[in-house]
Design a binder for this molecule. Structure first.
Ligand code: ARG
Length: 463
């Protein structure tokens, strides 16, 4: 008969004294892994159903255990469950409570499994739904970017390289770059389902089990494609944790880059975009201030995501196969990364809904910095059949002339242009028009208005 006194650890028959209280406190993970309670119960129910089908436990015992587990789930959901550090983690807390509820027959639940396979089964199921949750949030951002892009196809701004004016672009083209970025993030998260689709349950501690279990049955029940293939690898593997943390890091990095860009664009030096009062905060001393704190918050959080990825890589680097207590920290790391990114995605969506372009300023800035110089060089190549390098040189001379005369390129007269290239006619003047410049960039993926409209349509159809 299983002696499982309520105040005794599961291993009380072997280990006579209580674990030292400092370790009980520090080594317990219940305050973190209680987030896995639903997954733990689902996996346990699948496990006992399998044990019954395989005639390892009786119908009566199976029903009793399932009844108890369902009751525990309700207790936890209704916050009526007493989590105890004494029982270390969520798995043992639930098992202990099961004993209280149904008596010694609870002892059949742990037949043919170990916490080692149990914990990663729960964890994989949890990461699967966390991944789906993040994908939904990424989709929302894509939608908000598309919406803003649709309104701004005709909004002209300077495109930058090295943060110097480069060539004219549509603001919508920038926003559609975000759509590409977030689509890749979505794909990265979607690809991770592959490393999550093998079922660890049944690997037991590390050797598998002598019981005649059916791992295909539990795989199907728990939404896995197939069982894992090697029991030692199963309980040692945390690649799926790294995949998740890496994908979170890349997505955080993307939002951080965009946040940094928006901070620059909203700064007093640039003034290219306005942030509504919903997404700024004031200063405690300077009454005039409206600071982009939310954007800075997002930028900061990407550092924490990278830290979490590195923490996990470091935990794993010197760890022999198979299970070691070191691995317990994987949960805290993942939960933090998930919570962080989840918040950042929500905040970023709010930001997208609360920014507006300062069209006048965008156009003004686009008209400076000789931004149509490349258009002029292209024009020379097309109209005078000269090599691009020669056209580049002539254009550079024209830019030098404009600079000397303190004029923009479109303010130079035809006579002045002809000092450098006598063959020019007044037809050339059209290349200095920003709209013409943007229209002309109609190569696939370019900033032409027609291209952007097509891309927006394509993505809207996909939604
Ligand atoms: N809370 C533990 C963890 O997450 C469960 C696994 C315990 N296994 C063991 N052999 N101590 O790592």
């Amino acid at each position: 008969m299983t002696k499982n006194k309520n105040n005794q650890a599961i291993w009380g028959a072997r280990i006579k004294s209580n674990t030292s209280s400092i370790f009980q406190k520090a080594g317990s993970s219940i305050n973190i892994d209680k987030r896995l309670y639903r997954e733990d119960i689902t996996a346990s129910i699948a496990h006992v159903e399998m044990l019954f089908r395989q005639k390892i436990i009786s119908f009566k015992i199976k029903n009793k255990i399932v009844y108890g587990l369902n009751k525990i789930e309700k207790e936890i959901t209704k916050k009526k469950f007493d989590f105890s550090e004494r029982y270390e983690d969520i798995h043992l807390n639930i098992e202990k409570r099961l004993f209280q509820l149904i008596g010694d027959e609870a002892g059949y639940l742990h037949t043919a499994r170990s916490r080692n396979d149990q914990v990663i089964t729960d964890f994989k199921i949890w990461i699967r739904s966390a991944t789906k949750n993040l994908i939904i949030k990424i989709d929302k951002i894509t939608k908000s970017s598309l919406k803003l892009a649709e309104k701004n196809v005709d909004t002209i701004m300077p495109g930058f390289t090295h943060l110097k004016n480069a060539q004219a672009i549509s603001f919508a083209h920038y926003l559609m770059a975000y759509v590409e970025i977030f689509n890749r993030d979505k794909k990265r998260f979607t690809n991770n389902f592959q490393s999550l689709d093998e079922n660890p349950l049944g690997a037991a501690a590390l050797t598998g089990t002598s019981f005649n279990i059916d791992r295909n049955y539990t795989s199907k029940k728990l939404g896995f494609k197939s069982p894992t293939k090697n029991s030692i690898d199963t309980v040692s593997d945390r690649d799926f944790v790294l995949d998740f943390l890496f994908s979170v890091s890349v997505c955080s990095m993307h939002i951080s880059r965009i946040a940094e860009e928006l901070i620059i664009w909203s700064s007093d030096g640039f003034k290219l975009i306005n942030l509504s009062d919903k997404i700024v905060t004031g200063s405690s001393i300077m009454p005039q201030k409206k600071n982009p704190d939310l954007l800075e918050f997002i930028r900061g959080k990407s550092g924490i995501s990278y830290g979490n990825l590195f923490a996990m890589l470091t935990i794993l680097k010197g760890l022999p196969l198979s299970y070691f207590k070191d691995l317990q920290d994987d949960k805290e790391i993942i939960f933090k990364s998930f919570d962080n990114l989840s918040d950042c995605l929500k905040i970023f969506d709010e930001i997208l809904k609360n920014i507006s372009p300062n069209k006048k300023r965008m156009l003004e800035l686009a008209n400076s910095g000789y931004i149509t110089a490349t258009d002029l060089a292209d024009y020379l190549v097309i109209n005078y059949s000269i090599p691009f390098r020669e056209a580049y040189e002539k254009t550079a001379k024209i830019v030098n002339l404009a600079e000397k005369k303190k004029k923009r390129l479109d303010q130079l007269t035809l006579e002045e242009l002809r000092i450098i290239e006598p063959k020019l006619t007044k037809d050339v003047l059209k290349v200095f028009d920003l709209k013409n410049s943007i229209k002309s960039k109609n190569s696939y993926g370019g900033t032409s208005f027609v291209n952007i409209k097509k891309m927006i349509m394509n993505y809207k159809k996909q939604k």
